[in-house]
Design a protein around this ligand. Structure first.
Ligand code: AMP
Ligand code: MG
Length: 411
């Protein structure tokens, strides 16, 4: 880690994320048991050790012939004494003979090797091996994937298709998972119109509302959409009280969080609960309020849509995932060459909306020309975010962290 000196009063992004994740980890979400088909996308609530060997018995990896390697004579010929398709329990192998066997079928006691059928001359009751496999070849031993009693799925894992497949392979029909997090959202601003309402001068359409709701659902949260809040202290206080009474675990607002005369989120939070206010060394973004109202944790995001998008992805996401009990919450980044230059070093860490583009043998990250915190087109165009650290100019070809939206938009 490099030591970067941010302007006074500003907290570094990594520090803010660490504080938010630590806050989230102080609470453990409730647990329920769900059938596998309903557990996809949930967070596993306990460690699971394999209740049995997977696979449960040694079986053949090939269509072919099973035999005991030590029984092979120089001629490579053996009599076939049984036929074992998948789904059938074999009888012990008659010594000195072979068994016709198919992929997934159980290796008969007494056999230890399978030769694939392409390497045999086969008749229904006789085999001649054209190639001698090494001892143990083409046998998948019992417990090859995971042995009984061994750790199989770790608590805090977001259950994806592979995890559900593995659980099923061990015979598990259901899993203990955390219940979804309930997140109430509020959008402040007298200027806001809902899409569908006729436009009038002085107004803009509320873009944060559907964007934030979609982000939250993508991260596994249940959304309680409380709509819009007028720019007055009384309305903001009433909205926070309503949000706290909604049964939400977390409340997220947009706008009204800076220090302007029309910004009431901070004062309302002080009146109704507890507040920590942080100025984050991030661009786009900066003011973020964090606090508590009743039983709900509160996060106040900025108002500009691009600031909402970026701060939600980078700051709210790790908090929300940790609050759901998920263990891995920090997005991996990939070093990609900069396809741009910056002669002046910034005093806040900047996240640029970038596209990955082919350049020679490799790839470069190219920023959208419009990086305004009010403009959203760049986020639709982009593949992810380039991290430009504060205090350092950028030269074309410098390796910068690239954070893909495919990761950030997912839990
Ligand atoms: P604020 O932090 O409330 O001063 O908002 C900063 C900027 O973001 C202003 O230009 C607002 O009009 C704009 N803004 C705030 N909330 C929204 C929203 N929900 N949708 C679109 N723009 C918004
Ligand atoms: Mg406002």
């Amino acid at each position: 880690m490099t030591d970067i000196c941010y302007p006074p009063g500003l907290i570094g992004v990594d520090d803010v994320i660490a504080r938010l994740v630590a806050l989230a980890r102080t609470q453990s979400p409730a647990t329920e048991t769900l059938p596998l088909a309903q557990a996809a996308g949930r967070v596993l609530a306990t460690d699971i050790n394999a209740p049995r060997d997977v696979p449960p018995e040694a079986n053949s990896a090939m269509d072919g012939v099973a035999f005991r390697h030590a029984d092979l004579s120089a001629s490579g010929e053996l009599r076939i004494s049984q036929r074992i398709p998948a789904g059938v329990a074999p009888t012990p192998l008659e010594p000195g003979t072979a068994a016709r066997i198919f992929t997934g079928a159980i290796i008969p006691p007494g056999a230890d090797t399978v030769v694939m059928q392409e390497q045999c001359e086969l008749t229904p009751d006789h085999v001649r091996l054209l190639k001698i496999p090494s001892p143990g070849a083409n046998v998948r031993p019992a417990g090859q994937d995971v042995a009984q009693g061994q750790p199989m799925l770790a608590r805090g894992l977001r259950l994806n298709a592979a995890a559900l497949g593995l659980a099923a392979s061990a015979g598990l029909a259901s899993l203990p998972v955390h219940v979804p997090l309930r997140v109430a959202i509020l959008c402040t601003g007298d200027e806001l119109l809902e899409p569908g309402e006729p436009w009038r001068s002085g107004s803009i359409y509320n873009s944060n509302r559907p964007m934030l709701a979609a982000l939250l659902r993508g991260w596994g949260c249940d959304v309680i959409d409380l709509g819009k809040v007028a720019d007055s202290l009384a309305d903001t206080e009433a909205a926070l009280a309503r949000a706290a009474a909604s049964g939400a675990d977390v409340i997220i607002s947009t706008g009204g969080v800076s220090v302007g005369e029309e910004d009431h989120v901070r004062a309302a939070l002080v009146a109704r609960g507890e507040i920590d206010f942080w100025k984050v060394a991030i661009k786009p973004g900066k003011p973020v309020a964090v606090g508590q109202i009743g039983n709900a944790r509160f996060i106040g995001l900025p108002g500009n849509p691009q600031s909402v998008f970026v701060t939600a992805l980078l700051l709210a996401r790790p908090f929300l995932l940790a609050r759901q009990g998920q263990s891995a919450v920090l997005p991996p980044s990939f070093a990609v060459a900069a396809g741009f230059e910056r002669s002046r070093a910034a005093d806040r860490r900047e996240y640029l909306r970038v596209q990955l583009q082919e350049a020679g043998a490799g790839r470069i990250q190219v920023p959208h020309p419009q990086q305004s915190s009010g403009a959203l087109l760049s986020a639709v165009w982009a593949d992810g975010l380039a991290l430009v650290e504060a205090g350092a100019p950028v030269q074309a070809g410098d390796l910068l962290p690239f954070l893909p939206f495919s990761v950030l938009l997912a839990p």
